[in-house]
Design a protein around this ligand. Structure first.
Ligand code: C2E
Ligand code: MG
Ligand code: MG
Ligand code: MG
Length: 283
């Protein structure tokens, strides 16, 4: 009896696995087509000044409008794209579109997320140069968001690429700060302009005093190193007040704005240009 139960369980898992593989294959084929046929879209989430009143930057976040499955979040397809080598064309598509779109907002810096696999790919720096040249986007208005994963493996190659990018005038942000493997030494070795404190610290801030202490330390460390300190995932007024009091430079999160289509950014910036109409809830 126990044996047949074991067998049943195995076939259950086996079919679940087949299902997952089928899904992945489907996603891969669909995604390949979506990239080729220009079906992906970029949403933008504004970064706000510490007082929450002014938009000081924008982060491009890719979305996949799928005919049957609706708007698919990158958390569901970036990993597959990385596994299947699709993240190179996807990343280049994102970069090009963000630089094109960025020309709509003359005074703002546009941040683009870069997968570690994309970053470590030979020719990444050249592809950035090519896109900047072809789009005519000002290099100093481009910010690349890297994670600590870019440094894993060949740290010397990563360092060289970062130096080249900085020489172009491109800005570099360390995304999801505090979640990676790297030590604080990396902050000194690699030439980042900005750190973005991972939102998991904010999520647990109310629950545990320790997270608040960590956030406090990160903000002070970043400031002491001359970096721009940004917090992501700000959802409550309490978090906003805390981060503002600490001296965090920029804030990003649902409290201020979700990621939105570019037309919505146009609208928000249009409102901001007319100060009699408040641009955002000043909290
Ligand atoms: P990320 O770069 O750390 O982006 C922040 C994520 O947090 C975004 O999710 C954003 O929508 C979400 N977020 C922002 N504010 C809040 C908040 O207040 N509360 C909560 N709960 N979430 C908030 P999204 O757009 O689903 O992107 C997830 C991740 O996918 C990104 O994390 C980034 O690592 C990756 N990603 C997004 N776009 C791209 C891209 O174009 N290329 C690459 N390589 N990766 C991308
Ligand atoms: Mg990011
Ligand atoms: Mg992040
Ligand atoms: Mg993240």
């Amino acid at each position: 009896h126990a044996k047949s139960e074991g067998r049943n369980r195995m076939s259950f898992f086996q079919s679940r696995m087949d299902e997952t593989l089928r899904m992945r294959k489907m996603v891969e084929d669909d995604l390949r087509r979506a990239i080729k046929e220009d079906q992906l879209v970029l949403y933008y989430q504004p970064l706000f000044s510490a007082d929450g009143t002014r938009i000081v930057g924008l982060e491009a976040l890719v979305r996949w409008p799928h005919p049957e499955r609706g708007l698919i979040s990158p958390t569901e397809f970036i990993a597959i794209a990385e596994e299947r080598g699709l993240v190179i064309p996807l990343g280049e598509w994102v970069l090009r579109r963000a630089c094109e779109d960025g020309k709509r907002w003359p005074n703002l810096r546009v941040a683009v997320n870069v997968s570690p696999i994309q970053f470590r790919h030979r020719g990444f720096v050249e592809s950035v140069m090519r896109v900047l040249e072809e789009t005519g986007f000002e290099p100093s208005r481009l910010e690349l968001e890297l994670t600590e994963g870019v440094v894993v493996g060949d740290a010397d190659a990563a360092e060289a690429a970062m130096i080249d990018l900085r020489a172009l005038g491109v800005h570099l942000a360390l995304d999801d700060f505090g979640t990676g493997y790297s030590s604080l030494i990396y902050l000194r070795r690699f030439a980042f302009d900005k750190i973005k404190i991972d939102r998991s610290f904010l999520e647990s801030m109310e629950a545990t005093g320790e997270s608040a202490i960590l956030v406090h330390s990160i903000v002070h460390l970043g400031r002491a190193l001359g970096l721009i300190v940004t917090a992501e995932g700000v959802e409550t007024k309490e978090q906003h007040r805390f981060l503002q009091a600490l001296g965090c430079h920029q804030l990003q999160g649902y409290l201020f704005s979700r990621p939105v289509p570019r037309e919505e950014i146009d609208r928000m910036l249009g409102l901001q240009a007319h100060p009699e109409i408040p641009a955002a809830d000043a909290a």
